[in-house]
Design a protein around this ligand. Sequence first.
Ligand code: PLP
Length: 426
Amino acid sequence: MKSSWKIETQAVQGSYEPKATESRIPAICQSTTFKYDSADHVAALFDLDKADPFYTRLGNPTTDSFEGKVAMMEGGVGALATSSGQAASAFAILNIARSGQHVVSASTLYGGTYSLFANTLPKLGVEVTFVDPEASHEELKKAFRPETRCIFAETIGNPGLNVLDFEKFSALANEMGLPLIIDNTFGTPYLCRPFEHGADIVVHSATKYIDGHATSVGGVIVDSGRFDWSNGKFPELTEPDVSYHGLRYVEKFGPLAYIIKARVQYMRDLGATPGPMNTFLFQHGLTTLPLRMERHCDNALAVARHLEKHPQVSWVNYPGLDSHPSYALAQRYLPRGASGVLTFGIKGGAAAGKTFMESTKLIALVVHVGDARSCVLHPASTTHRQLSEEQQIASGVTPDLIRLSVGIEHIDDILADIDQALAACK
Ligand code: PLP
């Protein structure tokens, strides 16, 4: 059984099984549409009685092989690939929260997600209350309303790098009868297993470690298949859908109800579809994800330890350091390593930070993380610049914070580049 394979094997061999003479790896099926012999076959597709591909906005064999592999690696029942991580987060929420409803989210989020929640979802009538993930269970409970429909948080906050207390958040979600949606982009299916810690839905920016080579923007939603949508709060999943001849998702699709609804309603109507070339690259990226993550984690820990001892560095934030406030949570939820991103402050503040970023040679100044190549960024002046200073602080960004995404190059070369860039800041 493939589902009992170790994740390293699933990453390499999962979800695609070629027959004799078929291509060894999933082919790039660069086609908008597919041919049929009978009108009845096409009608069955439109009635969702068959799952064959019929139009690439709704499904494509290459995309299928990516979705199957990532679902298997996360331990879910199904997945939906999207054209970006942003689309994955937006669809994951809109699939269950409509105008007049409400979401509770950890405040420690990627800047784009924060902006989606603070500005765009409210324009669509979905309000979001941000909570401090370190708050107590009792404090967190105060954020909930009768119309709340889900809880959202990142495994490792970007760029605050706080590790989520899954036990606290999943207990809260259970108590409220709501799904817990986790952005596992920094966690990756290899380092963190949100479904084993009570999450119901996982989203990823596949752009990051899943791709791993900075080739493509994309996202994915994975469904654990475990949430009980018939608890009375989610009539859109249990009552007839007029846009599908009165189809009831839970009745027809059981544990796949949520992920099929996201595909046939939201992907059909809003169309944030990834191209087959990109999903080919994502499934290709997954093949080496476990190996790459091991090296990312080893290198990031070595860089964090090096910076911690450096006289020009005022602080280092990496959950793999035993001095980190999230260290115990990282040991529990990220036992294989605390991923490849760390942040630090240089003595000399924002000005020294700017000099540092302009002085690295191997480490490139790019708006990205999760690439095999090391990269550096100053979030306050870039990814989080649209947020107010107050919002920046709430999402974990201080003015002097420098974010390093440590790549998989040889550690000696990474450390030498950091040292020469720090020397330039003196
Ligand atoms: N979630 C996290 C944690 C991210 O870091 C990002 C992007 O940096 C996103 C979501 C959004 O993903 P994308 O850029 O693929 O839309």
